[in-house]
Design a protein around this ligand. Structure first.
Ligand code: SF4
Length: 348
């Protein structure tokens, strides 16, 4: 199990819930636009939001953002150690830096000391596009081994400053390399891992690539916080992250809805009913699997793993609850399903 660190009121690692991150796209100096986007991301379900801090004016906006944000903020800082210190002093709860580009050992130490004084963790690690020259020379290209070695080099720099509240990331835009790099780091240290595929692409392709990369790691219990990087509006990143967590079995307050692909035996509107079930049961009190199956012949059998389900029958629908005999539904099947879930205390 990874070490647990705290980012404001959120926990990362140590068996805690996998947190969802996103990043603002606004000009940070435009504090109102940036706060609005942070708020939208938080309302969508982001636990943490990262904000670029790239000049003194951004530091000037940081206090306002930190004071008004509904979620802890992470400052993304490159090259200038004073900006990192300024963001921490303004109330940002975490830093994302690359110690290799912050400057001399003294400057890195000043940043680490400031983070420690403010109880803020630091995320380190490289993207394939920012790998150090010596690593490129040694490995020939940004291989997974090069990324993992570079990330651990950054970790050692902070450890030399007696700083251990570290989160590690090793992102590439290639799925297989990203998976391999994270596996290498996970085998090397117990710091929590921030999973992501960098520059994943436009929303549709980026989501699929991220799902394969992040999902593959999560199902092997690797990863403590995730960010799905999609070109464009950041809010869909949060929904994408939730879908990946749900598919990987790591999000338990939202039901897992399974529905059959339909075939010649289908007797009900599977798509319409599954869509209505998703809207009618947005949350659950504990892990819950709901099935919507097109026929009574194979439906219940195929949905054996579900807790509750609707299956089409010759004269309507049947409702089946795990451990109970199927019941014929005389009214609206979605209302019958919701009522059964309430009766069993599975939803509020
Ligand atoms: S559950 Fe029934 S309708 Fe749906 S795919 Fe299977 S056999 Fe076809």
């Amino acid at each position: 199990m990874t070490k647990q660190i705290r980012v404001g009121n959120a926990a990362i690692g140590g068996g805690s819930r996998v947190t969802i991150q996103s990043m603002t796209r606004t000009d940070t100096r435009d504090r109102e636009a940036t706060l609005k986007q942070i708020t939208l991301l938080a309302e969508a379900g982001a636990d943490l939001v990262r904000v670029s801090v790239y000049d003194e004016e951004c530091v000037g906006a940081a206090r306002y953002l930190a004071d008004n944000s509904p979620v802890p903020l992470i400052a993304d800082v490159h090259f200038q150690y004073k900006l990192a210190i300024g963001a921490l002093e303004a109330g940002f709860a975490k830093l994302r830096i690359n110690p290799g580009n912050i400057g001399s050992a003294d400057k890195v130490r000043m940043v680490a000391d400031c983070a420690k004084a403010h109880g803020a963790p630091i995320r380190v690690g490289v993207n394939s596009g920012s790998l150090e020259k010596d690593m490129l020379a040694k490995h020939g290209s940004p291989t997974p081994e090069a990324l993992a070695e570079s990330a651990m080099q950054s970790v050692r720099i902070l450890e030399k400053c007696c700083f251990n509240d570290i989160v590690v990331a090793v992102k590439t835009s290639r799925v297989a390399d990203t998976i391999r790099a994270y596996r290498l780091v996970a085998a090397t240290c117990d710091y929590p891992l921030h999973l992501g595929l960098t520059e994943a692409g436009l929303p549709e392709e980026g989501f699929v690539k991220s799902a394969v990369a992040i999902g593959s790691l999560l199902v092997d219990n690797i990863g403590d916080t995730i960010r799905v990087s999609l070109s464009g509006d950041p809010v869909p990143e949060v929904d994408a992250a939730k879908k990946i967590l749900r598919a990987a079995g790591r999000l338990h307050d939202v039901p897992d809805i399974i529905s059959c692909p339909t075939c010649g035996r289908t007797t009900i509107d599977v798509v319409g009913l599954a869509t209505r079930v998703r809207e009618a049961v947005p949350y659950c009190n504990a892990p819950l699997r709901i099935a919507v199956m097109g026929c009574i012949v194979n439906g219940p059998g195929e949905a054996r793993e579900a807790d509750i389900g609707i299956a089409g029958g010759r004269d309507g629908c049947a409702l089946f609850m795990k451990g109970e005999p199927p019941e014929a539904v005389h009214g609206d099947p979605v209302e019958a399903l919701v009522s059964k879930l309430k009766e069993k205390g599975r939803i509020s």
